[in-house]
Design a protein around this ligand. Structure first.
Ligand code: C2O
Ligand code: CU
Ligand code: CU
Length: 539
């Protein structure tokens, strides 16, 4: 209970004020993230330094040919040192290219990509390009598995607006485990618009443009300096795999030393099942300039942002008015969550101490994510753009009246399966690897209506294109919902209407699913076919 009160106090309390709160939740020399108190987190000198994720380089040796080539090898049992305020340990993880950290690929719009994937896992895998507008046979879905010790060449042209994308395995029923074990990478796409904004100092760039990859994990107890990742049977926990340890760029609750300037953070929620309501410990505002599919036409200022699993934002955080020595934490605020396990145990939600004893920290629980230490005086030369140039492809809004299925929108209904399996389903069906569920005309514009009739929030994701959100429960979109999205949270009892345009590049069989990966693996997924042919059997 004491802990809960402290949490309620955390947001909006200034650094000075925090010193007045007494009592400390942790004992001994371990600081557990679930009971660390805010003043400890702001004062401790034990936080590891944030790793900057490594950017792979083009292997074709020619930097001016609009072609790039990369190799991604999925390796099992890569011993990774996890840095932590509690002391470091070693964890065997699954990583690309034996790299101890998640890797980054950064390319320019118009590039022809060749990605050689080698599967060195002992199970099937794929690389799915999350948020990419590419043909279905390059999309890396479960219908194109790559067997152990086999390879696949993914090749496609990147022709979409600058955005913060990512990639991850997507094999049948193994996606959750493989991502959890450490296979996920970042893909940053630049274009003329984003580059001009950077060059004209309307967006921070270079060393003030930083990827923050947030994931929660559960680790087993230490045995001889090693802590194994725990991945439990997904049927045990209907909320999906939730953990008690927050990793940012591979380290537990790290810190980043920053100067007195504006920074651009590409904030990725790459957790299996966790939603975060990101905010700062002093309640400061920040400016969101981008969503999943690219830059926002008009930046949006706010003091928190709820991101479901797989959602991303680009945010500008202003440290220019901070005194040297200031420390500010990025946290996830307590929030109301329609949480299955809470519901079933009859406990009230409300974002408190709802975790059970085995390292599962429920959605809605306040946690510390990382810390920013303002420690140098630097010139802040950035004035954030007010509106994207009118010629940016990304600024238009799709007109619902122009949709090919206007008045007869495609419906997706998320519910619990009726077979007692505790699994979630879409339109009453569990995923079937050989069944196409929806048929979409080539080059069409469609409105989809996603309704959540279950007791918890689900991040809905569809492959192939980027979407615009038209409305939530009939209320027209505003703020960051005006950005392009490939994944968005649909809360319990909410209906989200989206519109999207399938382009000539889109053809074949793609997936839509819940991006709580344990839900997806348990069948909360379906296929849609764009155009009249695909690789799956039916039709
Ligand atoms: Cu990020 Cu179908 O997935
Ligand atoms: Cu995807
Ligand atoms: Cu779900």
């Amino acid at each position: 209970m004491k802990r809960y009160i402290k949490r309620l106090n955390l947001v909006g309390v200034s650094l000075l004020g925090i010193g007045l709160i007494s009592g400390c939740g942790s004992s001994g020399n371990t600081i557990q993230i679930d009971d660390i108190n805010s003043s400890q987190f702001l004062l401790t000198d034990k936080l590891p330094k944030l790793h900057i994720l490594p950017v792979l380089s083009d292997e074709d040796g020619n930097l001016s040919d609009n072609k790039e080539r990369y190799t991604l090898i999925a390796n099992q049992d890569v011993n990774v040192k996890i840095e932590s305020p509690n002391g470091d340990w070693v964890t065997p993880m699954w990583r690309y290219n034996n790299n101890p950290l998640p890797v980054v690929i950064r390319t320019y719009r118009g590039t022809d990509m060749t990605l050689n994937f080698h599967n060195k896992l002992s199970s099937d895998s794929t690389i799915h390009w999350h948020g990419f507008k590419i043909p279905a046979d390059m999309d890396g879905g479960p219908d194109y598995p790559v067997k152990p010790n086999f390879s696949k060449v993914y090749s496609f042209k990147m022709n979409q607006p600058a955005s913060s994308l990512w990639f991850h395995p997507h094999p049948d029923m193994q996606t959750g485990k493989q991502v959890y074990m450490g296979l996920a990478g970042v893909y940053i796409l630049d274009d003329d618009i984003s580059t001009n904004l950077e060059n004209s100092k309307k967006l921070p760039s270079k060393d003030r443009d930083i990827v923050l990859l947030v994931q929660d994990r559960r680790f087993a107890k230490e045995v001889d300096g090693v802590r194994e990742l725990l991945y439990k049977d997904k049927s045990i926990d209907s909320d999906g795999m939730l953990g008690d340890t927050i990793l940012v760029n591979g380290s537990e609750t790290p810190k980043l030393e920053v100067g007195t300037a504006q920074y651009r953070f590409r904030l990725y929620n790459v957790s299996n099942a966790k939603n975060y309501d990101f905010a700062f410990s002093d309640g400061r505002d920040f400016t969101i300039v981008g969503t999943d599919g690219g830059l926002l036409k008009n930046p949006v200022k706010q003091n928190h942002i709820l991101l479901g699993a797989a959602e991303r934002v680009e945010m500008i955080v202003d440290f220019s008015k901070d005194k040297i020595g200031t420390k500010v934490a990025l946290i996830s605020r307590a929030f109301e969550d329609d949480n299955m396990n809470m519901g079933m145990s009859g406990m009230d939600s409300g974002g408190g101490d709802m975790q059970n004893t085995d390292g599962r920290v429920a959605n809605g629980t306040e946690v510390n994510i990382m810390r920013f230490d303002i420690n140098s005086e630097i010139e802040d030369d950035i004035t954030i753009y007010k509106e994207l140039p009118a010629n940016s492809e990304i600024t238009y809004r799709l007109d619902p009246y122009s949709a090919d299925n206007f008045g007869d929108e495609r419906e997706f209904d998320m519910t619990m399966a009726m077979d007692g399996s505790m699994a979630f389903v879409i339109n009453g069906k569990k995923f079937d690897l050989d069944r196409v569920d929806e048929f979409v005309e080539a080059n069409s514009t469609e409105i989809w209506n996603i309704t959540n009739n279950s007791a918890m929030a689900h991040p809905f994701h569809a492959h192939a294109i980027q979407w615009q959100i038209l409305s939530r429960n009939g209320i027209a979109s505003s703020g960051t919902d005006l950005g392009w999205k490939d994944t968005f949270l649909v809360k319990a009892n909410e209906s989200v209407k989206i519109i999207g345009r399938f382009e000539p590049i889109n053809s074949g069989d793609y997936m839509y699913h819940c991006h709580i990966l344990e839900h997806e693996d348990a069948g909360m997924m379906g296929y849609f076919r764009v155009g009249n042919s695909g690789n799956l059997d039916n039709r």
